[in-house]
Design a protein around this ligand. Structure first.
Ligand code: FE2
Length: 376
């Protein structure tokens, strides 16, 4: 059953104990950040922004910060084997470690969430340099993933104290990626509701949409999902758990290969999905293949859209409509050899939902790849 509670998406900061300005950055722990940075710049059109490593006084790791519009990624790799970043990569492969959220008051964010049961990852810490001071704190969420709270109102530097500008002569053109639309977590069997409760109680989020295994099932496999949103709707975290089907759920495949719970996909907004995806495909990013039969009937389901269907079909862009408008979305293949993290590119034209009408076509496409890996 899909349930929409529109009234919860109001900007009621007076009662919101954790007001959020949106995603500040996403940090990935990766095996080779130098190469990952080159990949994200080349394939996705990010620009070099900042760097921290031995040259800036950091001895155990290197981080590259890249940016495109409001989308900031941090790519971090360990320099030694005996540290927690190396352990993380050994266990999970490359993946998302930090979903950082921008706040006005990182001390209050930490206090309000930890007193409601959040487990501290980092106590409020003031970082200073000549550009001012930045306050950072953090709590744990599902798996080994964490939420950092970033207060940058008294900081005018590029990224964070400890980082220096990363100037590069290699500056591929951007691909129109704008900001994080939502980030989806995969959690274990029967763990969706406990994590829904965590986002409600610890972070003050609301459950705005729910999908059960009747909504999200194919002939073979199933999952369940609940979408959590903060008060102003700037931050949305759908939470998936596997459901029983004839064959193995895609969420279970993720859990097997990520070795636990973690971020399944980051959805990134664009104003022109045809332009963005054309560019990404040209640069080698692969997306799930959608059969032509999907396009034979899609307009009967979604009605009139502004775009021509032919380019959408050529690229494999999916279309869905809700009562507020429609959306265009496409899903990349996993960005690692492990079938774990992937990206969604999404263009919203009024719709605030997540493409429920595409679940079947999408999951069948996913299962074809899952089957090819021998994991279905
Ligand atoms: Fe999504």
């Amino acid at each position: 059953m899909e349930t929409v509670t529109k009234s919860t998406l109001t900007n009621n900061s007076a009662t919101d104990f954790l007001p959020l300005h949106g995603t500040d950055y996403v940090e990935f722990y990766v095996g080779n950040a130098k190469q990952a940075a080159h990949f994200y710049k080349t394939a996705f059109g990010f620009q070099s922004l900042a760097y921290a490593g031995p040259e800036t006084g950091v001895k155990d790791k290197v981080s590259y910060v890249i940016r495109q519009h409001k989308l900031t990624f941090v790519l971090t790799t360990p320099l030694q084997s005996d540290n927690s970043i190396a352990d993380h990569i050994y266990k999970h492969g490359d993946g998302v470690k930090v979903l950082a959220l921008q706040v006005d008051d990182a001390k209050s964010a930490w206090e309000e969430t930890t007193k409601r049961g959040g487990k501290s990852y980092m106590e409020p810490t003031i970082l200073k340099d000549t550009d001012g001071e930045l306050v950072l704190s953090g709590i744990h969420t599902y798996g080994e993933t964490v939420h950092n709270f970033v207060e940058r109102k008294n900081y005018k530097g590029l990224f964070m104290p400890g980082f220096r500008a990363w100037k590069s002569d290699y500056n591929p053109t951007d691909t129109g990626l704008l900001y994080v639309d939502h980030c989806v977590g995969n959690v274990g069997w029967n763990q969706m509701n406990p994590w829904v409760k965590f986002y409600e109680e610890v972070m003050g989020f609301r459950n705005i949409l729910s999908f059960d295994d009747n909504d999200i099932s194919t002939e073979y496999s199933a999952l369940m999902s609940k979408v959590m949103s903060n008060g102003n709707g700037f931050v949305k975290f759908p939470i998936n758990e596997p459901a029983e089907g004839k064959k193995k759920s895609q969420v279970e495949e993720y859990l097997d290969f990520y070795n636990g719970e973690g971020v399944q996909h980051v959805a990134i907004a664009t104003h022109d999905i045809v332009k963005t995806v054309t560019e990404l495909q040209k640069r080698g990013i692969e997306f799930l293949n959608i059969p032509d039969s999907y396009y034979a009937t899609v307009l009967d389901r979604v009605g009139k859209i502004d775009e021509d269907l032919a380019p959408l079909q050529k690229l494999g862009v999916l279309i869905d409509r809700d009562e507020e408008g429609y959306l265009l979305q496409i899903f990349s293949k996993p960005l690692e050899d492990r079938p774990t993290l992937f990206f969604e590119i999404i263009q919203r034209k009024g719709a605030k939902s997540f493409g429920k009408g595409n679940f079947k076509a999408l999951f069948e496409a996913l299962e074809r790849d899952q089957d090819a890996r021998g994991n279905l």
